[in-house]
Unconditional design. Structure first.
Length: 494
């Protein structure tokens, strides 16, 4: 169990680490953008400062002329050099459509930014000697103005270093605080994962304290209280999606559990009756049937009937179980539903002579499992026979409309009460329990027919009125065969 818990904590730590890394990258990206903006603003500031100082120099030259005291042809002072230009102008010129953004005194100047090529300069001080050079004509004289920004650059570097230190401290503090916050937010998920890992070890490894902790974690949800739900109003926004998914899962589990409990109860009830009958007749044989031929024959006939009923019930239960487990093999083939209806009509007339049968068909090609479809149709016919009085009429119809085909069974029987129609496809449900034993059956037939219809992409239609009759139709997708359609009767003869 310790290894499992360590694995859960490792998974939780990995998730926290991933979230922290994503947060860190976002934070670093924000800081990089901030630094780029700062550097761009610093460059613009230096350019504006350089232009302003150059304008002042040009205005001074206009008013005083070139310095009369320029010994050696050079004026040096206040990080500024002004000298006559002896060669062609160097640098780039501002495009004419942008020159109006610059002062009139320096619009036509050639500009360039240079760095001294000094190998001994440290990286931190490499920008200290940055030079902003302008070559222009002042009063017809070629002049070169060289500006330096040592003091300003030092101040900007200091601000930039302080900014970097603040970013580093902020990143470390944010990662530590966010990691704890993420752990708190993910704690319900970690607890759920840990309890899941504990459950996977089997019930024998759970202590009483662990079971109580599990009950607290899952809001005391168990098989007897599957209707309990997680309160979404008190759930954090980040986990509301998970809480909703868990509530939806609990809803499905609760419904499945309810249906399973009802199914087991009904199956037990259905099996209890034939078993009790078999025990009664066995006791009768044990007491009097050994020497009474009449009692012996009655008991044998009854045992045969009850055994047949149990066999039918078990076969239907196995059919539904295979359907629920998705292990039923479906053999799809092309055939015409009207051929199947004709076969069922002939068979039904042979085994039932108490009702009037009629048949009306038209071509209805389908692609389905012929055996399963025949079983579903037989269920509909058997129900019509059970609930139609002797002498009543039962009509079989096969029709095709659009992209659907229908096998319809219409009878003149007792009908189904409106309140029972929504439940007739539930397993073991019978509209009239008092008549169920006399008519026979287990209440599973329509459930099987519904499963077969849905498995083939179809459905069942029901229209019924009490004391008037019932019409129920098996509806399947119409599907033309690529080759010649083979009739069901021909297939059975192969």
């Amino acid at each position: 169990m310790k290894n499992k818990q360590e694995k859960v904590h490792t998974i939780g730590f990995s998730l926290v680490s991933k979230l922290n890394i994503q947060l860190w990258f976002r934070l670093v990206g924000t800081f990089i953008m901030l630094n780029i903006v700062f550097l761009a603003a610093s460059g613009v500031t230096l350019a504006l400062l350089g232009e302003r100082r150059a304008v002042q120099v040009v205005q001074q030259i206009h008013s005083l002329g070139l310095p009369a005291l320029m010994e050696g042809g050079r004026l040096v002072g206040q990080e500024l050099e002004v000298s006559p230009r002896e060669g062609p102008a160097e640098g780039i010129t501002i495009p004419k459509h942008l020159q109006r953004l610059f002062p009139a005194e320096t619009r036509s100047a050639h500009r360039q930014v240079t760095l001294p090529h000094t190998a001994d300069v440290a990286l931190y001080n490499i920008l200290d000697d940055l030079q902003y050079q302008l070559d222009l004509e002042v009063d017809g004289n070629p002049v070169r103005i060289v500006l330096r920004f040592t003091a300003v650059i030092w101040a900007l570097k200091t601000v930039f270093v302080v900014l970097l230190v603040w970013q580093l401290l902020t990143a470390v503090r944010t990662m530590m605080s966010r990691a704890e916050l993420i752990r708190r937010v993910l704690k319900p998920i970690s607890d759920l994962a840990e309890q899941t890992q504990t459950l996977s070890q089997g019930p024998g490894r759970l202590s009483l304290a662990e079971m109580q902790a599990l009950a607290g974690t899952l809001d005391e949800i168990d098989a007897a209280r599957l209707d309990t739900r997680i309160d979404l109003d008190s759930t954090q926004d980040e986990l509301k999606g998970l809480a909703q998914a868990i509530n939806s899962l609990l809803e499905r589990i609760n419904e499945s559990y309810r249906l399973q409990a009802r199914f087991v109860s009904d199956a037990s009830h259905e099996l209890r009756t034939p078993i009790a009958a078999i025990q009664g007749y066995v006791n009768l044989l044990d007491r009097w049937g050994k020497h009474d031929p009449e009692a012996l024959q009655e008991s044998i006939d009854a045992l045969k009937e009850e055994a047949a009923n149990m066999k039918e019930l078990v076969e239907k239960l196995l059919f539904l179980a295979r359907g629920d487990n998705q292990t039923m093999q479906i053999q799809l083939e092309y055939f015409d539903l009207q051929d199947l209806a004709r076969t069922l009509y002939r068979e039904t007339e042979l085994i039932d002579g108490g009702h009037e049968f009629s048949l009306a068909t038209e071509p209805a090609p389908v692609r389905a499992d012929a055996g399963l479809v025949k079983q579903a149709c037989r269920i509909l016919i058997d129900n019509a026979i059970k609930y139609t009085p002797v002498g009543g009429s039962i009509r079989l119809l096969v029709s095709s409309t659009g992209d659907e085909v229908r096998f319809t069974v219409q009878d003149s029987g007792v009908g189904i009460p409106p309140k029972d129609i929504p439940h007739i496809f539930d397993r073991f449900y019978r509209a009239d329990n008092s008549r169920a034993r006399s008519t026979g059956g287990t209440g599973l037939g329509l459930s099987i027919a519904k499963w077969i219809a849905e498995r083939h992409g179809g459905y069942l239609e029901v229209l019924s009125r009490e004391n008037f009759g019932t019409r129920i139709a098996l509806v399947l997708p119409r599907c033309e065969a690529e080759l010649e359609i083979v009739g069901v009767g021909d297939q059975e003869g192969l």
